[in-house]
Design a protein around this ligand. Structure first.
Ligand SMILES: Nc1ncnc2c1ncn2[C@@H]1O[C@H](COP(=O)(O)OP(=O)(O)O)[C@@H](O)[C@H]1O
Ligand SMILES: [Mg+2]
Length: 253
C-alpha cells in the first residue's frame, strides 16, 4: 500500500446499477480520502442520490465494488454499514417529528458506547452532556425541548446534521443539506462543516448552489446520466465549458 492509498477511506470501483433497462450508475470509480470535502454535482436525475444509496446499503450494486478502509461493504445491510462509521442524511430529512430535538439526538447515539461509559445514571448524564454540546454546535440549544415538527425549516436541517454528529461517524454523506437555506443559515452551516472536517470528519455532499459548492469543496465530482464526467480540483471542474453547458443547460430547462 503506498502513501496515497493509506488516505483512502472509501473506494468506489467500477460501480454499476441498473433499474430494469435503465442504467443509473455507469462504471463509476471514485476515491474519498480522509479529511477531504468532496462535492457531488450534476443535473437532476444524474444518479447522485443513487450513489449514496449504493454506498450506504440502501441499494445493492448490479456490479462493481465499494471498499471501506480496504474492505468490501457490498452486501452488508444499511445498519451494518452505518455501524462501520458511514452516516448519511436524506433529502427528506427523516426526523422523528413527534420527539423533541434532544430526544432525536439521544436516540441515534451509538448504543455500543454505553458499554464503556460508566453505567446507569452517570452514563445517561454523559450522553445528555454530549447531546447538549452537539445542540450548541448546531445552534439548537434553546430548542432542546421543542418537538421536531415545530421547528423552522432551517432548524430541521440543522437537527438532521446534529443527528449525524451524534453517531460519531467518520464519513458523512449529506444529500442536499443546505437546499432552501437562507444565506445566514448556510454560512453557519458551512462554518460548522469546516470545523468538523478540521476535527477529522470526511464529507461527501450533494449540492446545487454554486456559492456553496465554491465555498466548501476541496474537490468536485461531476455526475451526468450515471457517469462520472469529472473528478478533481474545483476550479478546473467549474471552469470546464462542457460541464457548465450540461449543468446550466439543465438548470435553465
Ligand atoms: N428505485 C428506483 N427505481 C427505478 N429508477 C430509479 C430508482 N431510484 C432512482 N431511479 C432513477 O435513477 C435516476 C437517478 O436518480 P437519482 O439518483 O435520484 O438522481 P439525483 O439524485 O442525481 O437527482 C433517475 O432517472 C431516477 O428516476
Ligand atoms: Mg437526489
Amino acid at each position: 500500500m503506498n502513501a496515497d492509498d493509506a488516505l483512502v477511506l472509501l473506494r468506489i470501483s467500477n460501480l454499476n446499477k441498473n433499474f430494469g433497462g435503465l442504467q443509473v450508475t455507469n462504471n463509476v470509480s471514485l476515491d474519498m480520502r480522509a479529511g477531504v470535502i468532496t462535492t457531488l454535482v450534476g443535473p437532476n436525475g444524474a444518479g447522485k442520490t443513487t450513489l449514496f444509496n449504493l454506498i450506504t446499503g440502501h441499494l445493492t450494486p448490479s456490479s462493481g465494488d465499494i471498499l471501506w478502509q480496504g474492505e468490501s461493504i457490498v452486501g452488508k445491510s444499511h445498519w451494518q454499514i452505518a455501524r462501520c462509521g458511514i452516516a448519511r442524511s436524506f433529502q427528506d430529512l427523516r426526523l422523528f417529528n413527534h420527539m423533541t430535538v434532544e430526544e432525536n439526538i439521544l436516540t441515534v447515539m451509538e448504543p455500543a458506547s454505553w458499554i464503556w461509559q460508566p453505567g446507569g445514571r452517570a452514563g445517561r448524564r454523559a450522553r445528555e452532556e454530549r447531546a447538549m454540546d452537539i445542540l450548541a454546535r448546531t445552534h439548537l440549544l434553546d430548542k432542546a425541548k421543542t418537538r421536531a415538527i415545530d421547528l423552522a425549516y432551517a432548524e430541521r436541517k440543522f437537527l438532521s446534521l446534529a443527528r449525524i454528529m451524534a453517531t460519531d461517524a467518520k464519513m458523512w454523506l449529506l444529500d442536499e443539506p443546505a437546499s432552501g437555506l437562507d444565506r445566514g443559515s448556510y454560512e453557519l452551516f458551512l462554518d460548522l462543516l469546516r470545523t468538523e472536517v478540521r476535527h477529522g470528519v470526511t464529507v461527501c455532499i450533494i449540492e446545487h448552489n454554486l456559492d456553496i459548492v465554491i465555498g466548501i469543496s476541496d474537490r468536485i465530482a461531476f455526475l451526468d446520466q450515471g457517469r462520472l464526467l469529472a473528478d478533481g480540483d474545483p476550479n478546473t471542474v467549474l471552469n470546464d465549458p462542457h460541464l457548465a453547458a450540461i449543468y446550466f443547460g439543465e438548470q435553465a430547462a
